[in-house]
Design a protein around this ligand. Structure first.
Ligand code: NAD
Ligand code: IPM
Ligand code: MN
Length: 355
């Protein structure tokens, strides 16, 4: 029996609804497997915690998390209580960086039973590899001349060769196992230092993968292609911000950002990786039991894959698609079921498939 210690951070808003749902599904999957179990340890770190303690997690929070095999997180942010840059840099981004989760893997594909908002889309199945540790999300910058006519804010983007190359190599390795194509999201026509550097590193890494086909596409055009012809993409490698924006769009073309999964990977496996969906805490629907648990459930499948249980992970995604195909869906994708009903149906379908 393999037992995995998982740190659970439901976080804010609908994180508290979709995380328990996905945990029920993962426990059911583990039971079906028979040789696998999860020990879930919950941490109440969120914006309410901040209001009580003046910090998003305790000083030894990172050290505590390092004792776990993986981290399962919902979403962070309640901008009416705590400014987003404070809550996110105090918890989500802090964990990504301190745990060296340098790669954010974010798939998007047309699932069975889902209606894409695109008119007559061809089957698409793509993965965005998002550089997860630097780029436009830098700590370098500042504000000067506040209150005067010359007031300004400066934010420097940081692109190291090491992290850029690491994200690109990850994308090429992934493409080798898929359809053999990598698209680089660039903007070297307008951004004159970091993006020409990005292109240069891409061309260099490409030399090591002669069998992989490549394209280098400006992010503005790439975003348009996501809408016009997403089926042309296999693996896309993008900087932190470009990858962030593309993957909400990836969710949208699947039918809802409530479906899109993500994995923040520590590819060296020295520290825990963190599994959290693309979407946020959705304050506009929180507390009503209507959030779509699909993104968090699919994120659970990505955790199973990373732990080496791909077959079980595939079974879980099949069960989710069976549920959608049967019309058991939340409101964001045109259904009338609530979070609990969708979750129950996924578990039932998992059991049916396992028979
Ligand atoms: P959001 O993703 O929370 O919501 C955007 C829209 O999508 C909303 O209308 C919401 O109702 C809907 N939505 C999102 N997830 C859904 C689901 N599972 N089911 C049904 N509908 C869903 O983005 P936002 O409104 O920009 O951000 C809200 C808060 O979440 C902010 O504090 C933001 O910083 C934070 N955030 C956190 C994360 C994270 O922790 N990973 C990611 C994105 C945003
Ligand atoms: C995401 C989120 C975060 C990001 C925010 C909340 C800081 O949008 O995980 O996609 O931009 O990385
Ligand atoms: Mn995002």
């Amino acid at each position: 029996m393999n037992r995995f210690e998982i740190a659970v951070i439901p976080g804010d808003g609908i994180g508290n609804e979709v995380v328990p749902a996905a945990i029920r599904v993962l426990d059911a999957a583990a039971e079906i497997h028979g040789g696998l179990s999860f020990a879930w340890t919950h941490f109440p770190w969120n914006c309410e915690y901040y209001l009580k303690h003046g910090e998003m997690m305790p000083q030894d929070g990172i050290a505590t998390l390092r004792n776990f095999d993986q981290i399962f997180l919902g979403a962070v942010g309640m901008p009416n209580l705590v400014p987003d840059h404070v809550s996110l840099w105090g918890l989500l981004i802090k964990i990504r960086r301190e745990m060296n989760q340098s790669i954010n893997v974010r798939p998007a594909k047309l699932l069975r039973g889902l209606q894409s908002p695109l008119r007559d889309p061809k089957q698409f199945d793509l993965i965005v590899v998002r550089e997860n540790s630097e780029g436009e999300y830098s700590e370098i910058g500042g504000r000067i001349h506040s209150g005067s006519d010359d007031e300004m804010a400066i934010q420097n983007a940081v692109f190291t060769r090491k992290s850029t190359e690491r994200a690109m190599r990850y994308a090429f390795e992934l493409a080798k196992q898929r359809r053999g194509h990598v698209t680089s999201a660039t903007k070297s026509n307008g951004i004159s230092h970091s993006m020409p550097f990005w292109d240069e590193v891409f061309r260099q890494v490409q030399q090591d993968y002669p069998d992989i086909q490549t394209a280098s596409t400006h992010i503005d055009a790439l975003a348009a292609f996501f809408v016009m012809k997403p089926h042309i993409f296999d693996v896309i490698v993008a900087s932190n911000l470009f990858g962030d924006i593309l993957t909400d769009l990836g969710g949208a073309i699947m039918g809802s950002i409530g479906i899109a999964p993500a994995a923040n990977l520590n590819i060296e496996r020295k520290f825990p990786s963190m599994f959290e969906p693309v979407h946020g805490s959705a304050p506009d629907i929180a507390g009503r039991g209507i959030a779509n648990p699909a993104g968090q459930i699919w994120t659970g499948k990505m955790m199973l894959d990373f732990l080496g249980y791909q077959e079980l992970g595939n079974l879980l995604l099949d069960a989710l698609e069976d549920t959608l195909e049967a019309g058991i869906k939340t409101g964001d994708i045109g259904g009338r079921a609530n979070t609990g009903e969708v979750t129950n149906a996924v578990i039932e379908n998992l059991k049916k498939r396992a028979k």
